[in-house]
Design a protein around this ligand. Structure first.
Ligand SMILES: O=C(O)CCC(=O)C(=O)O
Length: 315
């Protein structure tokens, strides 16, 4: 994604001002206008044409148990479905609002760290043995159980509240996540649950210290860095909905309760230059660490789940 360099200050009340203010206050911003619906529909049809998002995605229990592999099961360069649709991604990467927002937060030289298709797998597609095995796990990324040829997409059956810093040990929170729905996402389609304002306590080791205090309210503690009251926002949205959040903002999903898969695009986009930008203003307001030497305490040495605890499923 190349941004147009500009040295002019953003006009007052501009999108650039709004996204920086939203990130300081909420650790997130929802774009007012959806991205091009026709382009979303075409890309969605092309993605769906590559496979059936059903039980055939998965290894059998015997195949899995013969050689369990919990790591290296996500999309990576050379095995990423979006690589074949690169020419269709201009509706995201060149959308003026996206470019303006990224430039405001990350500076004109911002870079895409990672982009991929994310699928919320409906329960009807997950084999019974697997549902039983992963019940209550905090991170149900199903990559380990998916046939190797389909590991060019990330498949979730829900994931507990986490920060996207979780995948970046020792990296500063100098990046954000941009998330796009390719079709309408309602309450049963595994919408993102976001805890607004949770970024304020900086980096925190997963799983997180969260206590529900009300209907859509939580108390979040990050050890010596204190606690904050945060509001839960459920990101339902129309085709082309785009939202983004700070690397320290807690978010998660419940298992897809619809009878069809949820397909989204997920980008990680980072600052790439020394000049100060909006993310530095945001990070200057955080009360906790900007990076972590360890990001998670939920895994055994082989990468399998070592704890069974899930908060977002109670949300
Ligand atoms: O798409 C999902 O179900 C979860 C996505 C998410 O939280 C992530 O990729 O960080």
């Amino acid at each position: 994604m190349n941004a147009i360099a500009t040295t002019r200050p953003a006009p007052i009340g501009s999108l650039a001002d709004t996204v920086v203010a939203d990130f300081i206050r909420d650790g997130a911003h929802r774009f007012a206008e959806p991205l091009d619906g026709d382009a979303c529909g075409k890309l969605l049809a092309d993605i769906r044409a590559t496979r059936a998002f059903d039980r055939n995605l998965f290894l059998s229990q015997a195949e899995f148990d013969a050689n369990p592999q919990y790591t290296g099961v996500n999309p990576r360069p050379g095995r990423n479905l979006l690589e074949q649709f690169e020419r269709q991604l201009g509706f995201v990467e060149k959308a003026p609002a996206i470019v303006e927002a990224m430039t405001a937060l990350l500076g004109p030289g911002y870079e895409i760290l990672n982009k991929k298709v994310v699928c919320g797998v409906p329960s009807s597609a997950v084999p019974a043995w697997l549902r039983e095995r992963i019940l209550g796990n905090p991170v149900n990324n199903l990559g380990a159980y998916v046939r190797p040829e389909y590991r060019d997409v990330t498949y979730f059956y829900g994931i507990d509240f986490h920060q996207d810093l979780i995948d970046y040990k020792a990296r500063e929170a100098d990046f954000l996540t941009l998330y796009i729905y390719l079709h309408p996402v309602g309450l049963s389609d595994a919408p993102l649950y976001l805890l607004e304002g949770s970024h304020r306590l900086g980096g925190s080791v997963f799983p997180h210290d969260l206590t529900r205090t009300g209907d859509a309210a939580w108390r979040y503690r990050n050890g010596e860095h204190g606690e904050v009251k945060v509001a839960q926002r459920i990101l339902t949205g129309a085709t082309g909905f785009a939202g983004m959040w700070h690397a320290c903002t807690l978010h998660g999903t419940q298992p897809d309760a619809a009878d069809h898969e949820r397909i989204s695009l997920r980008y990680l986009i980072a600052k790439n230059g020394a000049a100060p930008s909006g993310i530095d203003q945001v990070n200057a307001t955080l009360r906790g660490p900007l990076s972590l030497s360890d990001t998670r305490a939920d895994l055994a040495a082989d990468g399998s789940a070592a704890i069974r605890k899930n908060t977002v499923n109670q949300a």
